[in-house]
Structure formats: structure tokens, C-alpha cells
Design a protein around this ligand. Structure first.
Ligand code: SF4
Length: 137
């Protein structure tokens, strides 16, 4: 089984209430080979919500209007890992550049559209627990 970002599966769970449907991910779900999860909503954040970015040192997640959503992001990562274990997932396909789901490059915390090297909070936790993470745009 593969755990996938819910927004790639067609769920309208992004910060702006939109989705990023990817036909390949939808097919995986239709075939019963993938389970969708949105870490930010599993962490208790609403939809739509104020956009968030990880700080450059990776210790916090902040919103564009100055809030701190670090705990919600951590909760969402833990819940996503719990689901992944429940379904026996050893792979994840997540949404690129997200402060939760990104891998390799994420936005730099300045809300300027600039990327930096790094992973999302959920990607870090899944990787630390032996789940192979890849991302899609
Ligand atoms: Fe949810 Fe991850 Fe998609 Fe953001 S990128 S909407 S946290 S599934």
C-alpha cells in the first residue's frame, strides 16, 4: 500500500480550498493500492486556511499572518504515520514543495515564493520511520 497526499487524489484540502488532482494517484486509489491523507487537516487545521511555511531552521511552521501552527503540523504528521502503519504502507507519494508533504525543496519561510533545500514535517517523520517518500507536482 502507498499513502498519498489527499490533494493529489482530488480532495479539495489545500490551503486555498483547491486540489491538485493527479490521474495516476486517482488510479492507484481506484485499484485499492493507495490511501489518501491530508496531514494538515488531520492535524486539525481548517480548509481553507492561511498559508504556512516551515522556518529556515525547520523548528517551527508559521502562517503568513504571523501565527504558529507547529503543533498542528506535528499532530498531522503523527496521524499520517499512524494511518500509514495501519495500512501497511512502505511508500508515500506526496505533494511537492508543501511544508507538510514536500521533499528536497520547500518554501523558505519568508512567503516570497522562494524555495530552499528541505522536507515537509510529515515527509521527515515518514522517512524517519522507514517509509520511502517521493513527491509529485
Ligand atoms: Fe494536505 Fe499535503 Fe496536500 Fe497540503 S500538500 S493539502 S498537507 S495533502
Amino acid at each position: 500500500m502507498i499513502i498519498v497526499s489527499a490533494c493529489l487524489a482530488g480532495y479539495r484540502c489545500r490551503y486555498d480550498g483547491a486540489c491538485k488532482t493527479d490521474p495516476e494517484i486517482v488510479d492507484l486509489i481506484k485499484r485499492g493500492e493507495a490511501i489518501p491523507a491530508c496531514p494538515e487537516m488531520l492535524g486539525g487545521l481548517p480548509c481553507p486556511r492561511v498559508p504556512s511555511e516551515r522556518t529556515p531552521d525547520g523548528t517551527r511552521v508559521v502562517t503568513k499572518d504571523g501565527g504558529d501552527v507547529t503543533e498542528a503540523f506535528r499532530r498531522g504528521a503523527v496521524e499520517t504515520l499512524r494511518l500509514a502503519k495501519l495500512y501497511g504502507c512502505d511508500r508515500a507519494i506526496l505533494k511537492s514543495r508543501s511544508p507538510s508533504c514536500g521533499k528536497g525543496m520547500i518554501y523558505n519561510g519568508a512567503f516570497s515564493g522562494t524555495l530552499r533545500a528541505g522536507n515537509g514535517v510529515t515527509t521527515d517523520l515518514l522517512s524517519e520511520n522507514g517509509i520511502m517518500v517521493e513527491t509529485k507536482d
